[in-house]
Design a binder for this molecule. Structure first.
Ligand code: MSP
Length: 510
């Protein structure tokens, strides 16, 4: 049976335009999807926008715009950005869509009827940036929200509460029994230690005098739903829940999230699902931050990089390569233009790009279209052995979400082919008629190795992969055929034009 899985990114708040921080999880999801499709699996990939809540309402107001018009515009910007970047999402989910609104109301009513939601007075410290109440222990020494560096507002009001505290034991045991639930490991430990303190109940409503831009509670028209309670349900609703629930798909779900939203997913979302009698997803994969000059890249700090602008400057798909090569999944990484330029030049322009153009130029002059297996020497066999080794290192990196390791192994193969060319000196063989067969074999081996490089890199560099395969005359589709990576092919129809895969780039001097 075909393996099916479900990959989700967070739904991005529409108070900011898409930036590099948003692109990271989206690109990781896209790369994982392409990797799985290449191996014959089916994948449903969801991304979208989180459109309710105070932040959004405030932002629209400061711009003097009707909120619905404002959210439509930013949601369209997210969608168009991902489309332009070739992100292969299947579902673009918006929390303002009517079916979502209806299902959130249904979930609320179910929980209310089960006695999981109660009405009570509450006093606490609210951070509008986080859209949640913070506990004293979460604040910095100066009493600020650590993520937004702002003082949370004291608030006292009567609200509806989801009785989350009673799920504390169940959440804890779910995390302990399913070691793969929260990854990487240090985030699991963070949640386990968080769960050592008593867990409070979750305030899931906002009075309309404070906020109208939200989903009205089905049981009290004076309130709207707390934005997180509404947004988290997206993942489940998109699988057809409740009436057409695709349980098989749900059971293979991975949520890719940033570390700032771990608590809302690991605690709130897990409790909500348990209360709704739905098994939590298989996996929460938690990523670190992209930092710039030591701080998290974020709209509120004003230090953001726009993904489309950067690709326009430095070349198609280079952002995908850079983000995966430079961040160790789960840890923070620093973005700098110098780092970007070095990465593109070293691995793409001087690496793969240069190799492909070097070998193709030699082939155009000297390759006759085929070579024979019988002519392979021990050195050739040895050179080819590296293909399978690279593929297994590549796969291991993907299995463990250590994309850096996959890309390191791939770059080593690029170097390996370059060294093979240096050692075999096909330009010298070309001058000696007695070496005519040897020349064909050497060039043929180079083409086989380039084929491996092109097929493996497909999830990360889909355009360069296709262009390379086309240039060496391999017709199979790398999107669906990982078997092409280790194919023993002895005929290549090399194109007469050398593709310009990656340009050497320079940091803008300003
Ligand atoms: N709307 C919520 C998520 C709801 S999911 C049901 C939200 N939105 S967000 O737009 O503020 O952030 C979305 C994701 O982008 C988070 O995972 C966050 O970690 C990620 N990033 C935003 N800036 C980032 C960096 N500078 N670096 C890496 N990821 C960061 O939270």
């Amino acid at each position: 049976m075909t393996k099916r899985s479900y990959l989700t990114t967070p739904l991005y708040y529409v108070n900011a335009r898409p930036h590099l921080g948003h692109s990271y999880t989206t690109i990781v999801a896209d790369v994982m999807k392409r990797y799985r499709l290449q191996r014959g699996e089916e994948v449903v990939f969801l991304t979208g926008t989180d459109e309710h809540g105070e932040k959004i309402e405030q932002m629209a107001k400061t711009q003097g715009r009707p909120v619905s018009e404002f959210v439509d515009e930013v949601a369209a910007d997210f969608r168009a950005t991902w489309e332009k970047m070739g992100i292969s999402f299947d579902i673009f989910y918006r929390t303002t869509q009517l079916d979502h609104v209806a299902k959130v109301k249904q979930a609320l009513q179910t929980l209310k009827d089960k006695g999981e939601i109660v009405f009570r007075e509450y006093e606490g410290l609210y951070c509008v940036g986080c859209e949640r109440f913070l506990t004293e222990s979460e604040l910095t020494d100066k009493g600020l929200c650590p993520d937004h560096e702002k003082k949370p507002e004291p608030r006292k009001e009567a609200n509806y509460f989801f009785l989350m505290s009673k799920y504390q034991g169940a959440i804890l045991s779910h995390i302990e029994k399913h070691p793969e639930y929260i990854q990487p490991e240090h985030f699991k430990n963070e949640m386990l230690s968080f769960l050592k303190q008593p867990l409070g109940d979750l305030c899931i409503s906002r009075p309309k005098f404070r906020l109208t831009w939200g989903i009205e509670l089905p049981f009290d028209a004076n309130y709207v739903t707390y934005v997180w309670f509404d947004a988290l349900l997206n993942y489940l609703c998109a699988t057809g829940w409740p009436s057409k629930f695709d349980q098989a798909l749900w059971s293979e779900c991975t949520h890719l999230i940033g570390k700032d939203i771990l608590k809302t997913h690991a605690i709130y979302w897990t409790a909500m699902l348990l209360a709704l009698d739905v098994k939590p997803p298989k996996n929460l994969q938690v990523g670190g931050y992209w930092l710039m000059d030591g701080s998290k890249m974020s709209k509120s700090l004003g230090n953001v990089v726009r993904p489309l602008e950067i690709e326009e400057k430095f070349g198609r798909d280079t952002l995908r390569f850079f983000l995966l090569r430079e961040m160790s999944y789960g840890l923070d990484a620093t973005f700098s233009i110098e780092g970007y330029v070095n990465c593109v030049n070293a691995y793409l322009a001087n690496g793969m790009g240069n190799l492909v153009s070097r070998v193709l130029t030699l082939c155009q002059k000297n390759f006759k279209g085929s070579f024979s297996e019988a002519s392979l020497t021990e050195a050739d066999h040895k050179a080819l052995e590296k293909r399978a080794q690279t593929q297994s290192a590549w796969d291991k990196g993907f299995d463990e979400l250590k994309f850096q390791n996959s890309l390191k192994a791939w770059s080593e193969l690029v170097t390996h082919v370059d060294l093979y060319v240096n050692d075999m000196k096909p330009w010298a063989l070309a001058k000696d008629p007695a070496q005519a067969v040897r020349l064909q074999t050497v060039l043929g081996i180079c083409l086989q190795l380039i084929q491996t490089l092109a097929v493996l890199i497909y999830p990360v560099l889909p355009h360069a992969s296709r262009e390379t395969l086309q240039a060496i005359g391999v017709a199979g589709d790398p999107a669906k055929r990982v078997d092409l990576a280790l194919e023993n092919r002895f005929e290549y129809r090399v194109s007469q034009t050398v593709p310009k895969l990656f340009m050497r780039v320079q940091a803008p001097s300003d």
